[in-house]
Ligand binder design. Sequence first.
Ligand SMILES: Cc1cc2nc3c(=O)[nH]c(=O)nc-3n(C[C@H](O)[C@H](O)[C@H](O)COP(=O)(O)OP(=O)(O)OC[C@H]3O[C@@H](n4cnc5c(N)ncnc54)[C@H](O)[C@@H]3O)c2cc1C
Length: 382
Amino acid sequence: MQRDVFTADHEAFRLVVREFVEREVVPLYAEWERAGELPRKFFRQLGALGVMGMAVPEEYGGAGDSDYRYNVVLQEEAARAQVTLGTLRTQLEVILPYFLGYSSEEQRRRWLPGLAAGELLTAIAMTEPDTGSDLAGMRTTAVRDGGDYVLNGAKTFITGGLLADLVIVVARTSTEESDRRAGLTLLVVEDGMPGFVKGRKLDKLGCKVQDTAELSFADVRVPAGNRLGEEGEAFRYLRHNLVQERMTIAVGSVTQARAALDATVAYVSARKVFGTTVGSFQNIKFELAAVAAEIEAAQALLDAAIRAHAGGRLDGVDAAKTKLFCTEMQGRVVDRCLQLFGGYGYITEFPIARLYADARVTRIYGGTSEVMKLIISKSLGL
Ligand SMILES: Cc1cc2nc3c(=O)[nH]c(=O)nc-3n(C[C@H](O)[C@H](O)[C@H](O)COP(=O)(O)OP(=O)(O)OC[C@H]3O[C@@H](n4cnc5c(N)ncnc54)[C@H](O)[C@@H]3O)c2cc1C
């Protein structure tokens, strides 16, 4: 269907990204997957291209254009080339908004130029070994001591945790039992601070190009000047920013489902069995027709959400509905597509195998499908 989300400026940006991905990403992607992380050079290149600082105000070295649709274009072009941009997506779409939204003037001067240049890499640490869905149950503590907070605790599943120069850590600054959401605070922990240990790189089913790590904090003294926003306000900040985090996952889901369909159409058109192409069987045509219709339905929902989000009108419930629908659709689509590759679909050198493995996590991170249903059901008064 004809889409009406993008302007001529977005389309011009698309061509720049397409060329960059083909030239700088595709030839090296398998190597990066084996290494289990994106190289620093990649972020610096994108910094030089202006991509890392798109949303950063001009006075701190960015372009000052916070139009969310540029991020959508970036993901669409990566998916088109059958790659995912892992920690880049997290840095631009999930973490940068915390620095832009809640930093002081001094912090902006200290961190934004490095973020815009692709010199400073980041992660956000919410999840703990004992609590993920129930964010308010986190136990990492930060106790004020003079001009510092003393941070103790452990985080897990942290995207980009090993590469990060700066980690936004959500910690408990108050043990007030009556409201578990009150008393959570954001602290920026810097690589090299004594007591901050980057632990294991977790071996994942998919998303091999992004590192996912365990982090621990033993009496880490974090200067109060590294607190993002107000003490005790982190839950409110998270609730606000999780809208965009869920959108970015939904965008990835639809773009990658489309990539799966394109790869499958190409494969079944070439593969011969019983003396004819796989794609000539009516069942295969019907499967792929149904898949195409599923993607189109998700795209229509997603585009409505993108427009609403770009206009500042998307709320948490609509973001939850969008993430739920798009990620569940992606799961169905990649599974049906992989089936049509036969045994080759199970072999990792075929992109469909990677798309299948990468897809599994979108129903889990950024809030599971069950958590999305909880949010939606509350809006129904249940
Ligand atoms: C690859 C990857 C990258 C990640 N990156 C980050 C990151 O950068 N930063 C970060 O902070 N976290 C990150 N996460 C963590 C992710 O957000 C959590 O794994 C997710 O929120 C689920 O939490 P959990 O794993 O503790 O599962 P649990 O909360 O233990 O859930 C277990 C099961 O119970 C279900 N469940 C939970 N509560 C309810 C309920 N009330 N009703 C019904 N069912 C329920 C869940 O849906 C799930 O099926 C990442 C995870 C992965 C796998």
